[in-house]
Design a protein. Structure first.
Length: 348
């Protein structure tokens, strides 16, 4: 829909439309035929033909079931390594491309650091579009992870600066600004030849701006999230790249709608069910979910494969150091016997 009209319509027509601020197919198709008749000084039938021509170009092409199946299989065979060996083995190579992977967890658990790790790794193949909605992106931490975890790649300042120049960071602090950025995301991925898109986080803005206790708050929030997910999924599928988003988690005290009954994870003093924020609508938009939670008695943190088309529910221990997230092999062995019990305590 962001295709320029000059690539579809004759130059004489596009020149007149440009004088009226209509330069893209999206602008053209959003105008009433009567408006276009006025701008172009042509009869209705001629305008209708131009509308049909533009619509034919931008409309999604039909696919056979075989083509869709083949594309899906190709995406899931191609993966993006997390460079966490045990996790990559479980996910059959890494997080899948062509879909959305969610990293969820409470504050200061390592969500952003994992996003930074993935961003550094992606620069070996192309660039990264990193959308920061919390002001949590740290260029200094990015450099530290690059020089400690990927030290064989970055042996001098030139290679390090080249990596950093390929990570394009956009800070958006309102839902409206984020939506505008997502509307331009396809163009950004094209321009930068991006191999990874990160949204850190998808939850912070909507949880601030939408009060789900209001009559239509939950419905409006769900509608916005669906629109955002549609854009992200479309880009992931079109370009065959992974989309990684971070989310917050909440505790719930009933099996009713999680948006209504949510409360802060950190404030809970009794046993409860934990779930990702944003409710069931958003949950269905995510293909793979990695849940990061504190470990028992602070000995290690836990990464849970809570949802995946390829891997079973599984928990692994990890710690955070200068390299970012590192697997705790001894802790992972201890967790294996508790996986079934923990699965009952997590609402996917």
């Amino acid at each position: 829909m962001d295709l320029e009209l000059s690539r579809v319509l004759p130059s004489g027509v596009t020149d007149k439309l440009s004088d009226s601020g209509i330069n893209h197919c999206k602008d053209f198709l959003s105008r009433h035929p009567v408006e276009l008749m006025k701008y172009l000084s042509i009869p209705y039938l001629a305008v209708n033909k131009y509308i049909a021509d533009v619509s034919r170009i931008v409309a999604p092409k039909s696919q056979t079931a075989f083509e869709m199946y083949h594309a899906t299989c190709s995406h899931f065979r191609r993966v993006f390594p997390t460079h966490l060996q045990k996790l990559d083995t479980l996910l059959q190579g890494g997080i899948p491309v062509g879909c959305i992977t969610e990293i969820a967890g409470p504050p200061a658990i390592g969500k952003t650091q994992l996003c930074l790790q993935l961003s550094v790794a992606a620069t070996s193949h192309g660039s990264v579009v990193y959308i920061d909605t919390e002001g949590a992106f740290s260029a200094q931490r990015l450099m530290e992870i690059a020089t400690t975890r990927f030290n064989s790649r970055f042996k001098d300042s030139t290679s390090l600066l080249h990596m950093a120049s390929n990570i394009h960071v956009y800070t958006e602090m309102t839902c409206n600004d984020l939506m505008k950025r997502l509307d331009k995301l396809r163009q950004l991925v094209d321009t930068h030849s991006s191999k990874l898109v990160v949204v850190d986080s998808i939850a912070s803005l909507v949880r601030k701006e939408f009060d789900v206790r209001q009559k239509d708050g939950n419905a409006r929030r769900a509608a916005l999230l669906c629109k955002q997910a549609t854009i992200l999924k479309s880009i992931a599928e079109c370009y065959g790249i992974p989309i990684v988003v971070t989310n917050q988690i909440t505790g719930i005290v009933s099996h009713e709608d999680s948006d209504v009954n949510e409360f802060d994870y950190s404030d809970c003093e009794k046993e409860f069910m934990i779930t990702t924020a944003l409710g069931n609508t958003w949950s269905h938009c995510v293909n793979t979910r990695l849940l990061l939670t504190p470990g028992n008695e602070g000995c290690h943190h836990v990464i849970t494969v809570a949802k995946s088309p390829l891997a079973p529910f599984y928990q692994m221990a990890y710690n955070i150091d200068a390299k970012g997230l590192v697997m705790d092999w001894a802790g992972s062995t201890e967790l294996a016997s508790h996986t079934a019990r923990q699965e009952q305590m997590i609402m996917l």
